[in-house]
Design a binder for this molecule. Structure first.
Ligand SMILES: [Zn+2]
Length: 357
């Protein structure tokens, strides 16, 4: 029997999220308040209108307008109290949406303009996640959050950020990431950072195969040694659409169970996919790639994990088996230790879906 999950049921079902940007998920009302405190000018000062502005700017197809959205969020995240608040609210919002495990990423180097040091940035965010997680547990919606520290592709601080990541590995930082424009900034520019992380037995993911195609994915995996692919959606360019035959790179990604951090709504906004219905996630699921579902930037996409799931239920007729599969895939691919992943799968996720299936 096929049961169509309702939106409310999806919210209550446990979910796992691996790709969510801290500076892409602020509450509009918080941006308004923090901007007023520091005298930062916003395109709208009423929270609802501001929220709409973010989605419209990200929808516009203009890279300039898309980047402008982050200029506003990053501008209000330059002090320890502001970072702590944004992180606390992030934990609360994800937990209220039924997310039980999340890896949230941000680039510490973008939060130094008011004089914070890199360690002060990391500590403020970790404190905010701890406060938010504690409050969420009290509300009966426990969440575990792991932090990923991001280095920017176009900058030259990746080694410093890699060292920062391992310095805080026992305090909640579980991985490292490289983000920013793919074209012209290959991940191989940061090889020393990746080699350092491998020597330290640390985990990392790389934004690759979003706007840019297969060479970017190939470099991330075969030169840099990424554990996961941030997006990786263009791997479909190595799959014959008619015969579904895999090329060598797509075959490698599937054989090695390389997790794909797919973000459907974000991909549609940036043009990496034409629509949700035509998003490659359907094909990649059919071919049993290690597919995970993610939000990327909840504010800019006006989305949540539940909304992303609901969109797939509508577009592909997916039911609980597929939603559980996505959730277990994400947990299997998380950067926390194996025994802790297994505990979440066996004690939280599977029992909850067993009641829904
Ligand atoms: Zn991203």
């Amino acid at each position: 029997m096929h049961v169509t999950p309702s939106y409310d049921e999806i919210v209550r079902a446990p979910k796992a999220l691996l790709h969510d940007h801290l500076d892409g998920g602020l509450r509009p009302a918080t941006i308004v308040e923090l901007a007023a405190e520091i005298g930062h000018e916003l395109p709208a000062t009423e929270p609802e209108a501001l929220g709409r502005w973010f989605v419209e700017a990200a929808d516009s197809g203009s890279l300039e307008r898309y980047l402008e959205t982050f200029a506003h969020t990053v501008a209000v995240m330059q002090t320890a109290p502001a970072l702590r608040r944004v992180a606390r609210e992030c934990a609360l919002d994800l937990a209220a949406d039924g997310v039980v495990y999340a890896e949230v990423r941000y680039a510490p180097e973008q939060h130094l303009t008011a004089g914070l040091t890199l360690p002060q940035v990391v500590e403020a965010v970790l404190e905010g996640f701890a406060e938010g997680s504690a409050a969420a547990a009290e509300r009966g919606t426990p969440i575990r959050i792991g932090t990923l520290l991001t280095a920017m592709r176009h900058a030259a601080r990746s080694m410093e950020i890699a060292e920062l990541s391992t310095a805080y590995r026992d305090a909640g930082v579980v991985g490292f990431d490289i983000a920013g424009a793919e074209a012209g900034y290959p991940p191989t520019r940061h090889l020393d950072a990746f080699e350092y992380l491998k020597r330290e037995n640390f985990h990392f993911t790389i934004h690759a195969g979003e706007a840019f195609g297969l060479p970017s994915i190939w470099q991330a995996l075969q030169w840099c040694g990424a554990d996961r692919l941030g997006h990786g959606v263009r791997i479909v360019d190595d799959i014959d659409p008619h015969t579904r035959t895999l090329g060598r790179l797509a075959g490698y990604v599937r054989d090695k169970r390389i997790p794909l951090e797919l973000c459907p709504s974000s991909n549609v906004q940036t043009g990496a996919a034409t629509s949700i219905a035509e998003h490659p996630i359907g094909l990649l699921r059919d071919l049993r790639f290690r597919v995970t579902l993610n939000t990327d930037n909840r504010l800019m996409s006006g989305t949540s994990m539940s909304r992303e799931m609901a969109l797939l239920v509508d577009a592909f007729g997916w039911g609980w088996p597929e939603l559980q599969w996505l959730t277990v895939n994400a947990m299997k691919s998380a950067f926390i230790p194996f025994d802790e992943r297994l505990a979440l799968i066996n004690e939280v996720i599977k029992p909850a879906y067993a009641k829904l299936l």
